[in-house]
Design a protein around this ligand. Structure first.
Ligand code: NAP
Length: 162
């Protein structure tokens, strides 16, 4: 668990859309004391951090550069965070024609971003005992499973009491 007297959250793709709005809403809860904004571009992350501070009146946001489509970046981000988080929001996602291009890891960008990078991020936190309470996946198709792609519905049920 986090050593801070409150809850810490890590959100991927936190500089825009649902991720940024999740950061804003979570910051309105007094028990949340640290929110890591995991963004692939530091400039966009810094801009979002300033906007979130202005919108919430809280200075609890830290930008962590993580490109979830790049496993080296995911591992570097894990190292940069250092400590534990209580919640992980796996939100970053892409869709569109470019998303079928292959990444350096040999998978499509859409799979790398929406699935693989998050699986490695989650596994890294769990393996090091750094996830305190919960992981949430923001997605519709991946969360339901995609039979045409032989993608099973992922099981994100964790027993953290062990
Ligand atoms: N909105 C919907 O109706 C809807 C419906 C179903 C599922 N979803 C899922 O919900 C999630 C968020 O959707 P949204 O509508 O908020 O999307 P969005 O407005 O396009 O925002 C996506 C966020 O993900 C970030 N991102 C993309 N690729 C990334 C990468 N490789 N590494 C790190 N961050 C990356 C983007 O950063 P940049 O600014 O750097 O591009 C941006 O901050 C996605 O996973 C999406 O598939 C959304």
């Amino acid at each position: 668990m986090s050593s801070l007297p409150g809850k810490t959250v890590l959100i991927t793709g936190a500089n825009a859309g649902i991720g940024k709005e999740a950061a804003r809403q979570l910051a309105l809860r007094p028990e949340i004391v640290r929110i890591y904004l995991a963004c692939r571009n530091r400039g966009r992350g810094t801009t979002a951090k300033a906007e979130l501070e202005a919108a919430t009146g809280r200075r609890i946001f830290d930008v962590v550069v993580i490109d979830v489509a790049d496993l080296r970046s995911v591992r570097a981000g894990l190292a940069a965070i250092g400590g534990s988080v209580d919640a992980l929001v796996m939100n970053a996602g892409v869709i569109g024609p470019q998303s079928m291009e292959l990444t350096a890891d040999g998978v499509t960008k859409v799979f790398a971003t929406n699935v693989l990078g998050h699986a490695v991020l989650l596994e890294g936190l769990l393996a090091e005992g750094r996830l305190g309470e919960v992981a949430v996946l923001a997605g519709s198709e991946a969360a339901r499973g995609v039979p045409k792609l032989r993608m099973k519905r992922p099981s994100l049920c964790l027993n953290l009491s062990r």
